[in-house]
Design a protein around this ligand. Structure first.
Ligand SMILES: [Zn+2]
Length: 215
C-alpha cells in the first residue's frame, strides 16, 4: 500500500470508521486535502476492499482495512514510546519521526518493539495503543473546556498537533499531571489553571485539545 493510502486508512480509523460511516468532509478536513481528491482515493480504497464506500453516506473500514489501520497505529504509537522514553525525543519530534517509521516497519519489528517496551497501553501523548488483535483500552475523557472552575482532574491525552505539543511541553504539562481550573476568562480568553499546583495560563484553543478524566 502507498503511504498516501495508509494515511487515509489510519485517519478513517481514528475518526471512528471501524464502527460507523465517516463522511468525506471529515476526511478532507483531517487530511487537509480537497473533497475531489478524497472521492478519488475512496474509490481506490474500495477497489482494494479496504473500505465500503456509499456515496452521500460515507466510508466504513472492512476487516482488511481495520487490520491495516491497527498495524499502522500500533507502529506509530509504539515508536513514539521508544523515541521519547529511550532516545529523549520531544513530543513533536517523536510524532514527526513516527509518521515516517510507521510506513516502513514490518509487523515482526513492531511486535518485538512492543515486547521490548513492556506492552505499553498508551503512547506518550495519551492515545491508546491497539493490541495485536485490535483490542483497545478506552478511557472516559472530556476536554479541559468541559471542566468547571475549581474542578480538578488528571491530564490523560493531548491532540497530536506539533505546535500544540511544543506549547504544552514548554508549559510543563505532562500526561498524568493533576490539573485544576481556576478561571475561564470571558470571550474565550486564556484559561487560568494549576498544573501539579503550579499556576499557568493556557490558551482557550489549546485547552480544547487537552483531555482529562471525565470524573
Ligand atoms: Zn502519540
Amino acid at each position: 500500500m502507498t503511504r498516501n493510502k495508509e494515511d487515509y486508512i489510519k485517519e478513517i480509523y481514528k475518526l471512528g470508521g471501524g464502527e460507523e460511516q465517516i463522511n468525506n468532509k471529515q476526511i478532507a478536513e483531517v487530511l487537509n486535502v480537497s473533497p475531489a481528491s478524497v472521492t478519488e482515493m475512496l474509490g481506490k480504497l474500495q477497489k482494494e476492499e479496504l473500505i465500503v464506500y456509499e456515496p452521500y453516506k460515507g466510508s466504513k473500514l472492512t476487516e482488511k482495512g481495520m487490520k491495516a489501520a491497527v498495524t499502522l497505529l500500533r507502529g506509530h504509537r509504539l515508536w513514539e514510546v521508544f523515541l521519547i522514553e529511550r532516545l529523549g525525543y520531544t513530543w513533536s519530534e517523536a510524532h514527526e519521526d513516527a509518521e515516517k517509521l510507521e510506513h516502513v516497519a514490518p509487523v515482526r519489528l513492531i511486535d518485538r518493539l512492543e515486547e521490548y517496551l513492556g506492552y505499553p497501553a498508551f503512547c506518550p501523548h495519551g492515545s491508546a495503543i491497539p493490541q495485536a488483535d485490535g483490542k483497545v483500552q478506552r478511557l472516559q475523557l472530556k476536554s479541559l473546556l468541559e471542566m468547571k472552575e475549581g474542578e480538578s482532574s488528571a491530564i490523560r491525552r493531548v491532540v497530536e498537533k506539533n505546535d500544540l505539543m511544543d506549547y504544552l511541553q514548554e508549559l510543563g504539562i505532562h500526561i498524568g499531571s493533576k490539573v485544576t481550573v481556576e478561571k475561564f476568562e470571558a470571550l474565550e480568553g486564556p484559561v487560568a489553571i494549576r498544573v501539579d499546583d503550579t499556576p499557568k495560563q493556557l490558551s482557550y484553543k489549546a485547552a480544547g485539545m487537552v483531555y482529562v478524566d471525565k470524573n
